[in-house]
Design a protein around this ligand. Structure first.
Ligand code: RET
Length: 270
């Protein structure tokens, strides 16, 4: 009962939109799974772990989104006019536990493709994973207060944001440092990845703040749309961009399957 979604009745359209965006999330992550498996061999072996991680992220995301969609359906009953809360409840908390898997994975694959290695890899990796988990769990605690105590929601959210800023900082310096040794084109793609991460990740705290910004049925619809856009960009599009960067770097390093793959139209004339 802790999430605000359970407090309202929804029109047929509002209820449908949430159902649809959750199914869109399942669709995007399952097709992403196929894409990452099929394109894995286009990158040199040292980068292939990144595609494997993307595939793992797709499976865990698809499962939780499927569960969200099912529980959304069970949490309301139709009375001929509106969808009203039923005995079952809908919880965004499942997302947070899913992020405990996906956030460390997404950060690990970035370090792999950027070529951070040795002691620097271990140091950065521990920092990112610890900060990632703290960011998620402080937010997890905060979201329990969204229907009862908005100031606690805001305080826990602020603590969580400190960890997110730290992560963005480490990602930023990792991209800047590795950029120096990349070709101009690869360096440009790595920078684009950094910005995609910043924008996509920022959507999650906005969704977290919806009970404060717009405690209405439409606010809840907006929240699930935001989550879906964030999921598709931070997991699927991010994974595709990382995979393409890995293929580009592999081709530059002389890996033949990558050179062949680079002839595809998606890479343009370079
Ligand atoms: C919370 C709480 C409020 C403050 C902040 C948050 C950040 C969440 C983020 C989640 C990213 C999730 C990803 C999942 C991929 O599978 C926890 C909502 C800053 C950045 C990338």
């Amino acid at each position: 009962m802790e999430n605000m979604e359970n407090l309202f009745s929804y029109s047929s359209v509002q209820h449908d939109i949430i159902n649809h965006v959750l199914v869109l999330g399942v669709g995007a992550t399952t097709t992403g799974l196929v894409y990452f498996i099929l394109t894995m061999k286009e990158s040199a072996p040292k980068y292939q772990l990144s595609s494997i991680i993307s595939a793992v992220v797709m499976v865990s995301a698809a499962l939780i989104l499927f569960n969200q969609q099912q529980s959304w359906h069970q949490a309301f009953t139709w009375d001929g006019n509106k969808w009203n809360p039923s005995e079952a409840t809908f919880s965004n908390g499942f997302r947070y536990v899913n992020w405990s898997i996906d956030v460390p994975m997404l950060l690990t694959q970035l370090l792999i493709v950027l070529g951070v290695s040795g002691a620097a890899f271990r140091r950065r990796w521990v920092g990112l994973v610890v900060a990632g988990l703290l960011m998620i769990y402080t937010g997890y605690v905060g979201q329990f207060y969204e229907t009862t105590d908005i100031s606690k929601l805001l305080i826990w959210g602020a603590i969580s944001t400190v960890f997110m800023i730290y992560i963005c900082y480490i990602v930023g310096i990792s991209v800047a440092e590795t950029n120096v040794n990349m070709s101009p084109k690869a360096a440009k793609r790595a920078k684009a990845l950094f910005w995609l991460l910043i924008v996509a990740w920022t959507l999650y705290p906005i969704a977290y703040l919806v009970p404060w910004l717009s405690p209405t049925p439409n606010g809840m619809v907006a929240r699930q749309i935001l989550y879906t856009i964030a999921d598709i960009t931070s997991k699927v599009i991010y994974g595709i961009m990382l995979g393409q960067l890995a293929t580009r770097l592999s081709a530059e390093e002389g890996y033949e399957p990558a050179r062949e793959a680079m002839k595809s139209v998606i890479y343009g004339r370079d």
